[in-house]
Design a protein. Sequence first.
Length: 226
Amino acid sequence: MLENLSLRGVEIPDDPQIITQKVKRSILAERYEKDEVNGLPKFIDPKDRVVELGAGIGFVSSFLVTQLGVRHVMCVEANPVLCDFIGRVHTANDISGVNVLNAVARTDGHETGTAKFYVREPFWSSSLDQSPDYVKEIGVPEYQLSDLLSDFDANVLIVDIEGGEAHLFDGADLANVQKVYLEVHTRKIGMRGIKKCFDDLSALGFAYDQRVSCGGSVLFRRVRGR
C-alpha cells in the first residue's frame, strides 16, 4: 500500500507515477502551490461555490474542503490521468461529493469541440501550448466557461492553466462570479498577456485586490455598484 505525503493538512498518495521526484521535493519543502494556498484563507468563505480550472492533483480542492470548510467545489482538469488521481486524493482525505470534470474551459464565442492538450513532465507544465518537449498529445472535450459557471452557480473561480489564462476572459460571461483567483504565467504569455488578463477582467467589472495577491497568484474582486 502506498504511503501518503502530508501538505497543509492534506493527504496525498505517494504514487511515483504521478508524484515524481521533482513534485515530491516541492511537496516536502512545502513549496507546492505555496502562494496560492497562502492567499485562499484571506478571501474564501465556507459558503462559496468554487470552480477550479486546472485542478492538478486535487490538492487545492482538498485544502478548500478540509481546511476552509467549503462544501461546493467543481474541479476541471484536462489530463484524464490527473482526474483519476484527484479522486484518489479526495478519498484519502475523506472527501465526497466534489465534481471532477475532464475538460478544457473556453471563453464564450469559442466554438467548442475537442482541444489538443499537450502532456508534459512534471504534470504542472502541461498545457494547450504546442511547444517542444511534450510527452504526448491528447484530445480533451471543450466547454464554454460561462456554461460551467452558471450550471454550478459558482461565485468563485480559481484558475491555474499554464498560460491558457491569456484569452480566457475575452468576452466571457462570468455571471454570478464575485472573486477570480488567477495564477498568471509570465514566462508563457509575457507582459502583453498579463495586461490582457487585467484589461479583460477590468472590463468585466473586476479590480485587483492587493491585500490578497502574492507573486503570480492574483485575486480580482467584482466592484460593487458598477
